[in-house]
Design a protein around this ligand. Structure first.
Ligand code: AMP
Ligand code: ZN
Length: 112
């Protein structure tokens, strides 16, 4: 098993856990782009959003709900952004589906 995030999820590589349940694991991004930068990843390995199938609909919804709950508990009441990068042009660098939760500062739009 060579996937970095699978190794993080199973604890073989250390990370700073933020939240976890039977479906997902949320942890601090090692190279944060905002004061709050948390990654929410499914325990199930999916290469990217494009690999998700109809059977993953509940899981995808759960990831979004989890990001919103983490934002609420972190007090990001001024706002935040949830991002999924896909593929080369989308800037994906780790091939295990994950949501970025970014907050704690005003975020520019459009992204670069
Ligand atoms: P992406 O570019 O959308 O695939 O996002 C991958 C994210 O994973 C980047 O923001 C990296 O900073 C982050 N990252 C890479 N390695 C680690 C790690 N060992 N622990 C936590 N975050 C990581
Ligand atoms: Zn994986």
């Amino acid at each position: 098993m060579s996937c970095l995030f699978c190794k993080i999820i199973e604890g073989a590589i250390p990370s700073t856990a933020v939240y976890q349940d039977e479906h997902c694991y949320a942890f601090a991004d090692i190279n944060p782009k905002a004061p709050t930068h948390i990654l929410v990843a499914p325990r199930k390995h999916l290469d990217s959003l494009a690999s998700a199938r109809d059977e993953d609909r509940l899981l995808l919804g759960h990831l979004l709900r989890t990001a919103a709950e983490i934002a609420r508990t972190r007090g990001l009441h001024k706002g935040y952004r949830v991002v999924i990068n896909h593929g080369e042009d989308g800037g994906q660098t780790v091939d295990h589906l994950h949501l970025h939760l970014l907050g704690g500062r005003a975020l520019g739009w459009p992204p670069g």
